[in-house]
Ligand binder design. Structure first.
Ligand code: MLT
Length: 207
C-alpha cells in the first residue's frame, strides 16, 4: 500500500509535556468526522495526545470507516483494506508527530468501535488497549490473534437497537479467547453514549 493509499484527513492535538505519554486514537461513528470525538478525548484523558482520523468511505454522504452492505452486514474486503490503511496511517502519524514511544489506545464509537475491534484482531501489536463503545463483531477470525493482557473496555447498552446482547457476548468471547482482558460496562439506555459510559471509560483509563 502506498503512502497516498493510507492517507486520512485527520486532526491531531499534541499531548501536554507533563501528560501521560498516551495517544488516544479517536474513531467516530457513522456520519461523524475528525472533530467529533475531540471533546470526549480531552475529557477522558486530559493531556493525552489525540489522533482523530475521518473515515474514508461515504454512505449517502456520511463518513464511515468501511463499507457495509446493510445494517450490521459488513463488506469484508473493504473492512480488511480500510483496517490495513488505518494501521499504516497510525504508524506514519506516530513517526510524523513524535509519538512512537507513546501508548496507543483506541477510543471508538459504533462504526469506529467496529474498526477498532478489527484493528485489534488484525494488528494485535498496534494498540495497548481499546475502549469500544457499542461495538459489533467486525468479523470472525480464523486464527486467534495474540492479545495477551491487552485491556479492552467493551461498553454495550441494554436497550441498543443496533447491537444485540448475543453480539456483545460473542465479541467479548473472541477477545477473551485471544487473551485480552475484557471489562464490560452496561449502559441502561440505547445506542447513544451516556454520561455513565464516559465515567466508566475515564475510570478504566485511569487504572
Ligand atoms: C456499522 O455499520 O459499523 C454498525 O452498524 C454501526 C453503525 O455505524 O451504525
Amino acid at each position: 500500500m502506498t503512502a497516498a493509499e493510507s492517507t486520512f484527513i485527520h486532526r491531531f492535538v499534541p499531548g501536554s509535556p507533563e501528560g501521560s505519554k498516551t495517544t488516544l486514537l479517536l474513531l467516530h461513528g457513522t456520519g461523524g468526522d475528525e472533530q467529533d470525538l475531540i471533546p470526549l478525548g480531552e475529557q477522558l484523558l486530559p493531556g493525552a495526545a489525540l489522533l482523530s482520523p475521518r473515515g474514508r468511505v461515504l454512505e449517502h454522504g456520511m463518513p464511515r470507516f468501511f463499507r457495509r452492505l446493510a445494517e450490521g452486514v459488513f463488506d469484508q474486503d473493504d473492512l480488511k483494506l480500510q483496517t490495513n490503511a488505518l494501521a499504516q496511517f497510525v504508524n506514519g502519524a506516530a513517526r510524523k508527530y513524535g509519538l512512537v514511544d507513546n501508548k496507543l489506545i483506541a477510543i471508538g464509537y459504533s462504526n469506529g468501535a467496529n474498526i477498532a475491534a478489527s484493528l485489534l484482531l488484525t494488528h494485535p501489536h498496534l494498540l495497548s488497549g481499546a475502549v469500544l463503545f457499542r461495538p459489533m463483531v467486525p468479523f470472525r477470525p480464523q486464527h486467534n490473534p495474540n492479545l495477551k493482557d491487552i485491556p479492552v473496555l467493551l461498553a454495550a447498552a441494554k436497550r441498543d437497537q443496533i447491537v444485540s446482547p448475543q453480539e456483545t457476548s460473542e465479541l467479548s468471547k473472541i477477545l477473551t479467547t485471544a487473551g485480552a482482558q475484557v471489562t464490560i460496562h452496561l449502559h441502561p439506555g440505547g445506542h447513544e453514549l451516556g454520561a455513565d459510559d464516559v465515567a466508566a471509560a475515564k475510570e478504566w483509563l485511569s487504572r
